[in-house]
Ligand binder design. Structure first.
Ligand code: C2E
Ligand code: CA
Ligand code: CA
Length: 395
């Protein structure tokens, strides 16, 4: 018997029913079938599921569109792709799921055997035990969070900074951190940005979030809890404000914090607006020796010429390329190319999402400067970061 809440999405009613029966045979009890992507999206909005079995080939909204729509609704649990399409198409969709960051992903050819289904349900249950505390709530939350909740959370100090160490490949020591927002929700616990950023963005509260995270960082510096340079995520909306850099320098002044401790990370997708305000802010920050990083490098649409004209100091290669670079020729090529480009342009190059020793060794050899990933340190609250640094000092 499994207590998992299961959703089956397949336009072929008979096949959906056959799959449902097989799942019932292996103990499934809470199974819902829907027959189109549109129905699936509205079900995901109203109910909470642990796993979605998704057919790829559906009229109106195909499986790939569906995956990105349900991700937008805040679903981040398990996905099982079931399809009669060729293996390589199914495997490419599996890669898309990885990029969308679902917590568990499996791909299967149709029809799925009972024994294969049994194995998958078993693995999902095991992975659920590990993730339950955070993920279960994350799945439900976007549905019940209101703008007022977010505003209240922002004003009552519920949004906290987590710091993820950035390690110098040469020395193996922490040299800087990336600041990542977390919402310490009074009921739901620690919430990650995939839960709250969509609502913050759609309600136009991104500036407010930036301000809270910046103020938290300034306080940690001024209380001497943090001494390492820090990278903060900023969006183009914030940088388009004509007073952005003035306000930033004023605040640094007020808290007696050296502005050169900061680097602002702007995603590659956002780098290429021609707005005068953006360019002015970027130049003023650079003139005052604040760092500027292109985040998620490789996922945007940048023209390299334009990139070379903007005053960036750092390139952060996206996790999707790093995580598979030692196994995939194309990802290795992108990683090597980014590294060569950064060297040529005199920029620092950061690898994000390093999860194992082999990847770390490869990137070190390739000439990357900084390593950021679960292998060298997950994001952590300042109190834990202080202990992390103490332990590092003892090694
Ligand atoms: P990002 O800027 O690309 O940040 C890196 C994300 O990758 C973080 O997720 C981090 O926890 C995760 N990560 C780092 N190393 C690894 C690894 O080895 N494996 C895996 N699987 N993940 C790793 P997080 O904290 O959930 O943040 C997600 C995104 O939310 C960030 O992506 C950033 O775009 C956004 N974000 C976070 N904090 C803020 C903020 O204060 N303001 C704004 N505007 N966006 C923020
Ligand atoms: Ca970032
Ligand atoms: Ca990134």
């Amino acid at each position: 018997m499994t207590s998992l809440n299961i959703l089956i999405v397949d336009d072929h009613r008979l096949q959906a029913q056959v799959l449902k029966n097989k799942l019932i045979n292996i103990g499934g009890a809470n199974i819902t079938c829907v027959y189109s992507g549109r129905e699936a999206v509205s079900k995901v909005k109203s109910d909470s599921f642990d796993v979605i079995f998704c057919d790829l080939n559906m009229p109106e909204m195909d499986g790939v569109q569906l995956l990105s729509s349900i991700k937008d609704c805040g679903y981040n649990r398990s996905i099982v792709i079931l399809s009669a399409l060729e293996k390589d198409i199914i495997s490419t969709v599996g890669d898309i799921c990885k990029k969308l960051d679902f917590s568990f992903i499996e791909t299967m050819e149709k029809p799925a055997s009972v024994s294969k289904l049994f194995q998958v349900i078993d693995r999902i249950e095991k992975s659920n035990v590990i993730d339950a505390s955070v993920v279960k709530f994350n799945n439900k939350l976007p549905l019940s969070i209101t703008t007022d909740d977010v505003l209240l959370g922002l004003s009552q100090g519920e949004f906290k900074n987590y710091y993820q160490p950035q390690i110098d490949f040469k020395s193996g020591k922490t040299v800087s951190v990336e600041v990542l927002a977390r919402w310490l929700h009074p009921i739901y616990g620690i919430l990650t940005p995939n839960v709250f950023l969509p609502i913050i963005e759609s309600e136009g509260l991104i500036d407010e979030l930036f301000e809270v995270i910046l103020m938290n960082t300034l306080r940690d510096y001024s209380k001497k809890m943090l001494s390492y340079p820090s990278s903060i995520n900023v969006t183009q909306d914030s940088l388009n404000r004509d007073n952005f850099s003035d306000q930033f320098f004023d605040l640094c002044n007020e808290y007696k914090v050296d502005p050169t401790l900061f680097t602002f990370e702007l995603t590659e997708k956002e780098v290429f607006s021609d707005s005068i305000n953006l360019l002015e802010n970027l130049s003023r920050l650079r003139i005052n020796k604040v760092g500027l990083s292109i985040d998620d490098f490789g996922t945007g649409y940048s023209s390299l010429i334009k990139l070379s004209k903007l005053p960036f100091t750092e390139i952060k290669v996206d996790r999707s390329f790093i995580s598979n670079c030692i196994n995939s020729t194309s990802e290795k090529l992108i990683v090597d190319f980014s590294c060569a480009l950064a060297k040529e342009m005199g920029l620092i190059i950061v690898a994000e999402g390093v999860e194992d020793k082999d990847t770390l060794e490869y990137l070190k050899k390739s000439g990357f400067n900084l390593c950021q990933g679960y292998y060298t340190g997950k994001p952590m609250p300042i109190e834990v970061f202080i202990i992390f640094i103490e332990i590092e000092g003892m090694k």
